[in-house]
Design a protein around this ligand. Structure first.
Ligand code: CA
Length: 219
């Protein structure tokens, strides 16, 4: 699996490259945001690690450009900016995960493994997280081998959370997957669906990240 590492801090980039290589990843390191489109085109990376404080273009702008080009490349943001606002902003602009510096290398590797698994997962119809099994083709969900009764919207929310297991989905990200832009969405609609899902599943499976959104643990 190839990782595009967009990081201008040379020492940090080398440390990351070493750790990721040890895990069997091939790392392509670029120092500037402007190099990202060409690097994606040339190397077709599976995952990107993106620093926000780059010498030329802000990382959030780089992220927006990737998403504008309809590229679904999973992106993990690595940054010294760590307010809730920064996190929500990056997630809303299409980041898949967010890790604040200084970070623990083991945590970064674990999160990259989650993204890697997700890249693998999207190639198949099945998403399995512990006792929870989803078939995205026939839209069925089983918990402990028992098929669940689930509405269309609940299915879409659960799919969004399972595909992003280990990462937070903001309410806005979930809404975008559920409704057309034209549809009026009641501000507590997602909460109602989540609450109904929690009645059907062990309560602890879907976690609320206060002020940010929801998540399901990766395993
Ligand atoms: Ca930097």
């Amino acid at each position: 699996m190839k990782i595009l590492l967009v990081e201008d801090d040379y020492m940090l980039a080398k440390a990351l490259e070493g750790a990721l290589s040890n895990e069997g990843f091939k790392v392509i390191n670029v120092l500037n945001g402007g190099e990202v489109p060409a690097a994606i085109y040339e190397h077709e990376p599976d995952v990107a690690i993106l620093d926000l404080g780059l010498p030329d273009i802000d990382g959030v702008t780089v992220l927006q450009k990737i998403r504008e080009s309809k590229n679904a490349l999973p992106v993990l943001i690595l940054t010294a900016r760590d307010t809730v606002y920064d996190k929500v902003d990056a997630l809303d602009k299409g980041a898949d995960d967010y890790l604040a510096k200084p970070f623990d290398m083991q945590e970064l590797l674990a999160r990259i493994r989650v993204l890697a698994r997700r890249v693998g997962i999207t190639a198949s119809n099945m998403i399995n997280i512990g006792d929870l099994k989803m078939n995205t083709l026939d839209q069925t969900v089983c918990f402990q081998e028992q098929e669940m009764e689930i509405t269309k919207k609940e299915f879409l929310i659960l799919k969004s959370l399972m595909q992003s297991a280990g990462r937070v989905q903001t309410k806005e990200m979930i809404e975008r997957k559920l409704y057309d832009w034209s549809e009026e969405v009641n501000s507590n609609t997602i909460e109602v669906h989540i609450s109904n899902l929690r009645k059907k599943l062990p309560h602890a499976i879907i976690k609320t990240i206060r002020g940010v959104g929801y998540t399901i643990a990766a395993n």
